[in-house]
Design a protein around this ligand. Structure first.
Ligand code: MN
Length: 273
């Protein structure tokens, strides 16, 4: 299939999704990822590494651990291998606009022992019947992807859990946190609470503070005067505001005002009399 269709649908100046390229090499263990995607409709994107790209199905109801559930899985365009790491917000106006989290990830293999795993998988895909074993955090054990017979919809498949020690009646989609960031899909990109500036000292610029650094301790604690928050990836920035004069800088005193204009703008918009 290649990535032609994937590239056609997207404008990489406007979406943070990876552009990716057809990869030549292959992982030792083939990767799989399931992304929960809250676009116009919530669905789960089930992706299997094969031939350097991610073979992809959109599963409206998400995976199930019950062999009794036959969930529709719509075969969609190949996604680049790099997509397995994508978690974030696809901005409005773009294809698939909405939030994406990495709901599960791990590696997978064909159920049948095969000297050439990818050859085996390629054949299954062509035949419309793939039987695989997932080694994920939420999804484990045998699954089948079966193309629906005589469906006018060429792309309609079913995702079915096989009966094994990992089969269960428990609704696995209730485990709704990202295995990467532990955020829920609707928590991404939510506007942060605006700080109450009256708590901060009014001093003339330049006003510099040195952010606190991490301190190793022996065990978790709770104490007056302490607040705890999740450590996100990214930069910490200190902002100062004097009238409409706003400055943002890193803890190493690197100017962030130009680099993150929307953050500077948000700070400028805060009232501080
Ligand atoms: Mn999707």
């Amino acid at each position: 299939m290649g990535l032609g269709k994937y590239h056609q649908k997207r404008s990489f100046k406007q979406t943070p999704e990876p552009k990716g390229r057809d990869k030549k090499t292959t992982s030792k263990k083939l990767a799989f990822v399931v992304q929960e995607h809250h676009a116009s409709r919530l669905h789960y994107d089930f992706r299997l590494e094969l031939d350097g790209v991610l073979k992809s199905w959109a599963v409206p109801k998400g995976p199930s651990l019950s062999p009794h559930d036959h969930h529709l899985a719509v075969h969609v365009e190949d996604h680049p291998f790099e997509y397995r790491k994508f978690e974030g917000v696809i901005p409005q106006g773009n294809y698939g606009a909405g939030n994406v989290i990495i709901w599960d990830q791990g590696w997978y293999e064909p159920r049948a022992q095969a000297a050439d795993q990818q050859k085996e998988l390629r054949a299954g895909l062509k035949k419309g019947h793939l039987t695989i074993v997932l080694h994920g955090q939420k999804l484990k054990g045998e699954f089948a992807l079966i193309k629906m017979p005589n469906a006018n919809e060429q792309d309609a498949w079913l995702l079915i859990k096989k009966d094994d020690q990992y089969a269960s009646a428990v609704d696995v989609t209730k485990q709704d946190e990202s295995v990467k960031s532990h955020k829920r899909v609707d928590d991404l990109g939510a506007p942060g609470k605006l700080p109450d500036l009256s708590e901060y000292p009014k001093k003339a610029v330049p006003w510099k503070v040195t952010p606190m650094l991490c301190t190793p301790v022996d065990e978790p604690f709770s104490r007056d005067g302490w607040l705890f928050e999740i450590k996100w990836d990214g930069y910490r920035a200190v902002g100062s505001k004097h009238g409409s004069d706003v400055q943002l800088y890193s803890r190493n005193d690197i100017d962030f005002t130009q680099k993150y204009p929307s953050v500077a703008e948000a700070l400028r918009a805060l009232k501080h009399d």
